[in-house]
Design a protein. Structure first.
Length: 308
């Protein structure tokens, strides 16, 4: 009887181990470099992931201070999901500090979501480091602001999670399919809201919006920054406002981190209307996830364009 009970216990334990995820019963610890990637990992992973974003929703686009607690989470992460290109120059130091080769670019736990994206402005000449650390020298990195790019991003995320946890691969695939169904329902609504303004000319404060503009048929005439991360000179602004008047620019798209006095000055001189769009999930209470981010931005932009 004792041997039979022992055998039964061993068989139960073996079955439990087979049924458990490859990485254990706890959620898979994932670190993302942005709240947008965090939201997309959560959409695919559901309760089987625990995701931290190193960057807050609103921050200086050129630098991020990674806190000690985040370093600990990064050290323990089984997957690092990043935007790639030259968008995260601040990430080099934290990776050096945690000393995990698997998290380095090309490492076993590294997921660069820019791979598979049709990049815009990829022909931009690479510039010298002394001209700035956020110069978009490999193509514009703000590709998450085209909602269609959620398809390749979530495909890459699904593949990475399924590789780490094959037992839950079907769950990840179902979660992604559910997310894409919601995206497919939202896209016609966003297109309809901005359809009356197709071809509208806009100026942006920062080169965050070419993917958004291309998706919704807007024309970006210029940026307030002559080079990403470089403040404009008085001569540049004088020429820009004249160009905006000639082109019939309708709105200036700013972000919460933009110098509001600069935007107001340019808008007043050019006759354009300023509007603040949110570049990342969580940057506004209503932009609580990836799809609601576009609900907020499309509604704000449509209202600004309608007011002209």
């Amino acid at each position: 009887m004792r041997r039979g009970a022992r055998l039964g216990a061993l068989l139960w334990l073996a079955g439990a181990l087979l049924a458990a995820p490859a990485w254990g019963a706890d959620p898979l610890p994932v670190v993302a470099t942005s709240t947008d990637l965090k939201a997309l990992v959560e959409a695919v992973g559901g309760p089987r992931v625990r995701v931290t974003s190193l960057a807050p929703a609103l921050h200086d686009p050129h630098s991020v201070e990674v806190k000690p607690g985040q370093l600990a989470e990064l050290r323990e992460a089984t997957l690092l999901v990043r935007i790639g290109l030259d968008h995260e120059p601040w990430l080099t130091r934290p990776l050096e500090m945690v000393g995990q080769p698997r998290l380095l670019p090309g490492g076993a736990a590294d997921l660069d979501c820019s791979r598979g994206i049709a990049l815009l402005q990829a022909e931009t000449p690479r510039v010298r480091p002394e001209r700035g650390v956020h110069v978009h020298g490999f193509g514009n990195p703000h590709y998450w602001l085209d909602p269609e790019n959620a398809r390749p991003i979530t495909q890459a995320i699904e593949g990475a999670l399924a590789h780490l946890d094959p037992a839950d691969a079907a769950l990840f695939a179902a979660n992604r399919a559910r997310f894409l169904q919601a995206l497919d329902r939202a896209l016609p609504r966003w297109r309809k809201a901005l359809a009356p303004y197709r071809g509208a000319r806009v100026v942006v404060a920062h080169e965050s919006w070419p993917y958004f503009a291309a998706r919704f048929d807007l024309q970006v005439v210029a940026a307030l920054e002559p080079t990403p991360g470089v403040p404009p000179s008085a001569a540049y602004l004088a020429a820009l406002t004249g160009r905006m008047k000639d082109a019939g620019v309708r709105v200036v798209i700013a972000e919460p981190s933009t110098d509001s006095s600069l935007v107001a000055r340019v808008a007043a001189r050019s006759g354009a209307r300023p509007v603040i769009l949110i570049p990342s999930v969580g940057g506004d209470p209503d932009a609580r996830d990836y799809l609601s981010l576009f609900d907020v931005d499309v509604a704000r932009l449509a209202a600004a364009l309608a007011a002209r």
